[in-house]
Design a protein around this ligand. Structure first.
Ligand SMILES: Nc1ncnc2c1ncn2[C@@H]1O[C@H](COP(=O)(O)OP(=O)(O)OP(=O)(O)O)[C@@H](O)[C@H]1O
Ligand SMILES: [Mg+2]
Length: 236
């Protein structure tokens, strides 16, 4: 089976500070992988290098065992199907929900594209809000809209940075169901989150990062029982 994202001996530095330190990991197609760990562990930085926003000092990242993401531009990476929702929500408030999703598609909107937009709005539960201005949406709905803007392009690798931050319990449950619905044998989903109950409901495996290195990899249930994970993160 092909590995979706292969990270090999990756190091990322900001000045003299090492945010990612000799990190290696593999994320398979078909899985939902949660990347968890304390503030500053390097979770967002990892997504930044995968998406070409930040550059590796050493090591490399392969997508689909072919494309070297650590040598590709942000645009090439996005075009290849490696897509990401940022930590800070950033929808176009003055545009309609539908227009926002169409922007996620890029290019001309033909009948096929329109159908894809409809299907995506359906998937994220925003079909009834298609004509509303994005600025009028509740915080949870904005998060789903952002996910829709990424999902509409049918990404092979879908990265979500803190998708349930600030959501109500009910919204969190709906987001969990949404992510499970987005799971597919042709896709890898990477979720960064601090809400461990949420992580347990969506993740097949978790990678616990600490100071830019992998502290633990396995099920969330096993992570909860791991003394080192409790010590640096869960017990805090
Ligand atoms: N562009 C940058 N310039 C300098 N330092 C940075 C930069 N981006 C991240 N860092 C530093 O790298 C470390 C890792 O940051 P990162 O944002 O990856 O953490 P995180 O695990 O996502 O944390 P959080 O859970 O708080 O979002 C932090 O110490 C952060 O201050
Ligand atoms: Mg972060």
């Amino acid at each position: 089976m092909t590995v979706a994202i292969l990270v090999e001996a990756l190091t990322v530095e900001f000045g003299r500070f090492r945010a990612i330190d000799d990190l290696s990991l593999a994320i398979d197609y078909g899985e939902v992988r949660a990347v968890i760990g304390p503030n500053g562990a390097g979770k967002t930085t990892l997504l930044d290098v995968i998406s070409g926003v930040s550059r590796a000092k050493t090591g490399r990242i392969l997508f689909d065992e072919k494309l070297e993401l650590t040598r590709a531009s942000e645009a090439q990476i996005a075009r290849s199907g490696v897509r990401r929702k940022f930590q800070k929500p950033s929808v176009f408030e003055a545009l309609t929900v539908r227009d926002n999703v169409e922007i996620g598609l890029g290019g001309a909107i033909d009948a096929v594209a329109r159908e894809r937009v409809d299907k995506t709005l359906e998937t994220v539960g925003l079909a009834a809000e298609a004509g509303r201005l994005a600025g009028e949406l509740a915080h949870g709905q904005k998060q789903w809209l952002e996910i829709a803007m990424v999902v509409v392009s049918e990404p092979k690798v879908l990265m979500l940075d803190e998708p349930v931050a600030g959501l109500t319990d009910e919204e969190t449950e709906r987001t969990s169901a949404l992510i499970r619905a987005l799971k597919s044998p042709e896709r890898a989903v990477i979720v960064v989150e601090h809400d461990m109950d949420f992580v347990e409901t969506v993740a097949d495996r978790v990678t616990v990062l600490h100071e830019g290195r992998t502290l633990f990899e396995g099920s969330m249930a096993r992570a909860r029982a791991d003394a080192r994970v409790v010590d640096v993160y869960l017990g805090r």
